[in-house]
Design a protein around this ligand. Structure first.
Ligand code: ZN
Length: 331
């Protein structure tokens, strides 16, 4: 049901916006170097947005793949955000996701893949958590990313699944949400990573409806967007984390999807393309990716978008090729 004032989805404008990102920020500018630590993540956001708009060929595939490979750190087996930087678990996932989207995972040979798995396993702690890199910060995000990378590389085991599940459940709060570590405040982005980690450990059944209920309370009406925590302003990226989690939990019908869609569409830059965190703010590739994926999750047909997998944040056509860990039926 469309309203007269509903803004349309400007697909061609967004494709152009992403294509121009690299040329707009020239290598001479301060901004380019400032964002260097995000480069590989940024590329994943751009590629994923394009793939969701059935337009991944809008970026030069060979250049994209060779940039990803140049971020591979042969010493550790992980990927860095930019060649020569330290490898991190988050950028390792981004690198593998980009290769998967272009169906180029075989650009890594078997020994490189084994080394990448070793890199992730070297970050594992006794309590089932993972650190992000050798510097040792702990965050539930890293558990999700670790089991995701191990899933891509087909290295999940019952032992990893069970210890990861135990750590994640220790991070659950009385309100049904999850924080960054045990006793940390519930936050929508962490809830998504915990729901995702449990899904990849085949343990979603350990969650009660309280989690979905906390998530559905994040919608700020009448605006339609979601906040990350109670009493905060809605932000487009939280809308995405919450929607993903609710879809993964089969509870997307608990929220007003139409209102969410109009909130997302209201964050578009109708002149230059791209999306911002809130209507009228500066656009960026991160919010652009997740708004387009959000529209795809809400109604892929309506916006002529590819369907997106709510756990893996990949087009369903790509995600369906991955074999997920399943608990043994023998007890
Ligand atoms: Zn945001």
């Amino acid at each position: 049901m469309s309203n007269d004032h509903t803004t349309s989805f400007e697909k061609q404008l967004h494709i152009k916006y992403i294509q121009n990102l690299d040329s707009k920020v020239t290598k001479e500018t301060y901004e380019y170097w400032l964002l260097e630590h995000l480069r590989l993540n940024g590329l994943y956001w751009g590629v994923m947005a394009l793939a969701t708009m059935n337009s991944k060929e809008s970026l030069p595939e060979e250049e994209v793949v060779s940039f990803v490979l140049s971020c591979y750190d042969a010493t550790t087996g992980g990927f860095a955000a930019y060649p020569g930087h330290d490898a991190h678990i988050l950028t390792t996932l981004s690198g593998l996701q980009i290769l998967l989207i272009y169906d180029r995972l075989n650009a890594l040979d078997e020994s490189q893949k084994a080394q990448t798995a070793e890199f992730v396993l070297s970050l594992r702690l006794d309590d089932g958590s993972f650190t992000g890199d050798r510097f040792g910060e702990i965050d539930t995000r890293f558990v999700f990313v670790a089991v995701y990378v191990l899933t891509i590389l087909q290295r999940m085991t019952t032992e990893i699944a069970e210890s990861s599940q135990n750590f994640i459940m220790d991070c659950q709060n009385f309100d049904g949400g999850f924080g960054m570590f045990p006793v940390a405040e519930s936050h929508a982005a962490q809830v998504y990573t915990c729901v995702g980690a449990l899904a990849l450990c085949d343990s979603l059944s350990s969650l009660s409806d309280m989690t979905a209920s906390w998530l559905s309370e994040r919608q700020v009406l009448p605006l339609g967007g979601f906040n990350g925590r109670p009493e905060k302003l809605p932000d487009l990226c939280y809308s995405w984390w919450v929607l993903l989690s609710l879809v993964a939990l089969n509870k997307a019908h608990w929220i007003n999807t139409e209102k969410l869609e109009s909130f997302i569409l209201g964050c578009q830059d109708l002149e230059d393309g791209g999306f911002a965190d809130r209507p009228g703010n500066q656009t960026d590739v991160y919010h652009t990716c997740f708004s387009i994926c959000g529209l795809a999750l809400a109604s892929a047909d309506k916006y002529s978008l590819e369907e997106v997998d709510p756990v893996l944040c990949l087009p369903k056509s790509v995600a369906s090729k991955l074999k997920l860990y399943k608990k043994s039926s023998i007890i």
